[in-house]
Design a protein around this ligand. Structure first.
Ligand SMILES: NC(=O)c1ccc[n+]([C@@H]2O[C@H](COP(=O)([O-])OP(=O)(O)OC[C@H]3O[C@@H](n4cnc5c(N)ncnc54)[C@H](O)[C@@H]3O)[C@@H](O)[C@H]2O)c1
Length: 323
C-alpha cells in the first residue's frame, strides 16, 4: 500500500514507519517536526520512504499528498493533557479542525483506509471500580485533549460505509512506554523509570489510580495489524489497543521499577479524586484480529532502565524528550 503517516516523526510514528517499510509498503510522512526529525534518519535512504515537512493545518499542502494514497495513519496532534491545556487554540486547530479537514479530503481523494490514533483516556473515570471498561462503555473525556479525540472518533464512525470503499478505524491506545527513535520521558512508565534511576527520587500523585499501558512497538504492530485486516472486520469499528493484563496502578509500576533502583526515594501524594482512573478490557482486538502484545510493562521498564544506565543520553531534561 501507499500510506501517508501524519506525525510520523513522533514517538509512535518513528517506530511505526520502519515497521511499515519493512512490510513492503511505501510510506510518506508529513510532520511539522515539533520535536525534531532525527528520529527518521534511519529510514532516510529507503527508496520507499518520502518525507514532507508540513503542517496539517495547511489543508492545501495535505490535499496535494493524497492522490494515490491507499491508507492514512493520522498521528499528528498536540499530544497529552498538559500540552493541550497550554495552548487550547492551537490544539483545537490541529487536533480537531485539521483532523476533520483531513478526513474530508481523504474521502474525496478516494483513500480507502483511515486509522486515527485515539486514546483510552477518553474513558475518563470508570463508574464501577471493580470492573473494566470496554469499547462500548460510556466515554467521559475530562480534558481538551480527550474531547478532541472523542469528537474525531464520532465523525469517523458516522462516516463509515462499507459500500463506499471508505474504511475508518479509530484506535484507542493505552498509555505508551518503551524506547523509540523519538524518545519521550514524559510518559508514566518511561518517566518513573528514568527519575528513579537518575534522580533517585520520584513524587507520585494518586498511586492508587489505574491505567493500561502498551509498548511502543506493540502500538505500531497494532496499527499494522489493522491495516492488514479485511475491511469488513475493521471498518467503522473502534478498538482498544493494549492487553487486559497490562493495567496497573502507579504504585505497582513503582514496585516493578524498584529492583532497578533499590535506593530511590519515592514519595506518594495521596489524591482522593482523579478524573482519570480506568482499567481497560482489550479482548475485542484480540478476538477480532488475533492481536497479542509482545512486551510487558516489566520488560519495557528493563529496556528503559538499560537505556538510562548506558549513558548515551546526556540530558534527560532536554525539552525534546517531553511534549
Ligand atoms: N504516546 C501515548 O501514550 C499515546 C497514547 C494514546 C494515543 N496517542 C496518540 O498517538 C499519536 C502519536 O503520539 P506520540 O506519542 O507519538 O506523540 P508525539 O508528540 O511524539 O508525535 C506527534 C507528532 O505530530 C507532529 N505534529 C504535531 N502537530 C503537527 C502539525 N500541526 N502538523 C504536522 N505534524 C504535527 C509532531 O511534530 C510529532 O512528530 C497522537 O495522536 C496521540 O494522541 C499517544
Amino acid at each position: 500500500m501507499k500510506i501517508l503517516v501524519t506525525g510520523g516523526a513522533g514517538y509512535v510514528g518513528s517506530t511505526l514507519v520502519p515497521l511499515l517499510l519493512a512490510e513492503g509498503h511505501r510510506v510518506t510522512v508529513v510532520d511539522s517536526l515539533l520535536h525534531g526529525g532525527e528520529a527518521l534518519l534511519g529510514v532516510w535512504a529507503n527508496p520507499a520512504f518520502e518525507f514532507v515537512r508540513g503542517d496539517v493545518r495547511d489543508h492545501g499542502q495535505v490535499r496535494a499528498l493524497l492522490p494515490g494514497v491507499d491508507a492514512v495513519v493520522h498521528l499528528a496532534a498536540i499530544v497529552g493533557d498538559p500540552a493541550c491545556a497550554r495552548d487550547p487554540e492551537l490544539s483545537r486547530a490541529v487536533n480537531l479542525e485539521s483532523s476533520l479537514a483531513l478526513i474530508e479530503e481523504s474521502r474525496k481523494a478516494g483513500v480507502s483506509r483511515f486509522i486515527f490514533a485515539s486514546t483510552c483516556s477518553n474513558y475518563g473515570r470508570m463508574t464501577d471500580p471493580t470492573s473494566y471498561v470496554d469499547e462500548d462503555s460510556e466515554l467521559s473525556p475530562v480534558s481538551l485533549y480527550a474531547e478532541t479525540k472523542v469528537a474525531i472518533e464520532k465523525t469517523l464512525l458516522q462516516s463509515a460505509s462499507h459500500n463506499g470503499g471508505w474504511c475508518p478505524t479509530p484506535l484507542r491506545f493505552a498509555t505508551v512506554f518503551g524506547v523509540s527513535n523519538r524518545m519521550r520521558f514524559d510518559l508514566t512508565v518511561n518517566e518513573f523509570t528514568m527519575e528513579m534511576l537518575t534522580k533517585k527520587h520520584l513524587i507520585v500523585f494518586g498511586e492508587q489510580f489505574w491505567r493500561p499501558y502498551i509498548h511502543v512497538r506493540d502500538a505500531a504492530r497494532g496499527i499494522a495489524k489493522v491495516l492488514a485486516a479485511p475491511v469488513e472486520k475493521v471498518s467503522g469499528k473502534v478498538f482498544n489497543v493494549g492487553s487486559t493484563d497490562q493495567n496497573f496502578q502507579k504504585q505497582q509500576l513503582v514496585d516493578m521499577i524498584r529492583p532497578h533502583a533499590p535506593d530511590a526515594q519515592v514519595e506518594f501524594v495521596r489524591k482522593q479524586e482523579d478524573p482519570r482512573d480506568y482499567r481497560v478490557c482489550f479482548s475485542r482486538i484480540q478476538q477480532a484480529l488475533n492481536f497479542q502484545i509482545t512486551r510487558t510493562v516489566a520488560e519495557g521498564i528493563e529496556e528503559v532502565a538499560h537505556l538510562v544506565r548506558s549513558n548515551i543520553i546526556c540530558d534527560f531534561s532536554d525539552k525534546r524528550f517531553r511534549n
